[in-house]
Design a protein around this ligand. Structure first.
Ligand code: ADP
Length: 336
């Protein structure tokens, strides 16, 4: 564990999530469990990466922790305060302290507004500062995200995708949040622009001591920015570990398959693991381990368990949890 994290472990986590479920009603009125019994915490200044295939529940998780969608059950706490009990002014304060950056900056930025007005939006919503102070804050934010000050007079469509994402980040930071959800924030960008925006986010995180939930389907993106990574499959966390630990010693067969597709000098050399079939229909998930229908590690000894019993996310080593019947080493449950 690095020194930054050692120092921070003493303070209360920015975000604590316990046994979170989010159900949707799918086609034919069937229940779809988009987030299935997920627990984790994020420390001040820490970046937790959430990785998994499209449709596994990453965005729903990100939106649920911000209460942009209501959880079905479970507990979400910010700095120890239960989100469910927040109302009125307290909920508004949370909205100021916890922000989101979406994948599509163009869709997220009002084309009718100048960039200054777009960035000032959270300041207006939260009634922060007078006009002069807001203008000064917008100029400061433009500089912070590496945009020229005169960009404020222009409109979002006058900028490239990468610049628009810088504007979206400036807006998200306007109210000085302590926690940021980045939902596929670089996925729509060209690879070279992706790394510029990732570098910007990494700099900002250092400068502002921001905690982040960084959501991406791409492990090669996640690994650059995350202190820890949680691997999600069909609504569940199947593995969670510090980034280097996960890259060097992936325990879950799904993580191994994801990692085998990512060239990385630190990662264990292994041949590409091709997952068979599609991710199962979330409306009709497999019994037992949700990954068992595609698992390359199933064997006769434990097969009946994989099909019948849901493996709990359990401590494998300190800071490394895995939900797989192959790796049951202790009976200790994942502890917040
Ligand atoms: P990801 O972000 O990993 O791509 P999502 O959170 O968007 O996954 O979706 C998780 C599951 O929930 C998917 O099966 C998706 O179809 C379903 N889902 C997402 N939003 C809704 C909704 N508003 N109504 C019904 N089902 C939804």
């Amino acid at each position: 564990m690095n020194t930054r994290k050692q120092a921070q472990h003493k303070s209360a986590p920015v975000l604590q999530v316990q046994n979170l479920f989010k159900h949707y009603t799918g086609k034919n009125g069937n229940r779809l469990i988009a987030v299935n019994d997920v627990s984790f915490s994020i420390d001040k200044g820490e970046v937790l990466g959430i990785v998994g295939e499209s449709g596994c529940g990453k965005s729903t998780l990100g939106r649920t922790v911000l209460r942009l969608v209501e959880a079905t059950s479970g507990k979400i706490a910010y700095s120890g305060q239960d989100l469910a009990t927040l109302k009125g002014a307290e909920l508004k304060t949370l909205r100021k302290d916890a922000q989101i950056v979406f994948q599509d900056p163009f869709g997220a930025l009002n084309p009718q507004h100048t960039v200054s007005r777009v960035i000032a939006e959270p300041l207006l919503v939260h009634k922060l500062g007078n006009r002069k102070q807001r203008l000064s804050r917008v100029a400061e934010l433009l500089e912070l995200v590496g945009m020229p000050t005169d960009a404020g007079k222009k409109y979002p469509h006058e900028f490239s995708g990468g610049q628009r994402q810088r504007i979206a980040i400036a807006r998200a930071l306007a109210s000085k949040p302590t926690f940021l959800v980045c939902d596929e924030a670089v996925s729509a960008l060209d690879v070279s622009v992706q790394s510029q925006i990732l570098n910007l986010l990494m700099d900002l995180r250092q400068q502002l001591n921001l905690a982040m939930m960084f959501i991406s389907h791409d492990l090669s993106v996640i690994r650059h920015i995350s202190d820890r990574v949680a691997v999600m499959y069909l609504g569940k966390f199947v593995e969670c570990a510090e980034t280097e630990q996960l890259m060097n010693n992936p325990m879950h067969p799904y993580t191994q398959a994801l990692l085998s597709a990512v060239p990385h000098p630190l990662a264990k050399q292994q041949s590409r693991i091709i997952l068979h079939g599609e991710q199962p229909d979330a409306l009709n998930p497999p019994t037992g381990c949700v990954f068992h229908t595609r698992c390359h590690k199933r064997n006769e000894t434990i097969d009946s368990q994989c099909v019948a019993t849901v493996p709990a996310l359990q401590k494998y080593t300190d800071g490394h949890q895995v939900a797989c019947h192959l790796h049951v080493q202790s009976t200790e449950q994942f502890d917040l």
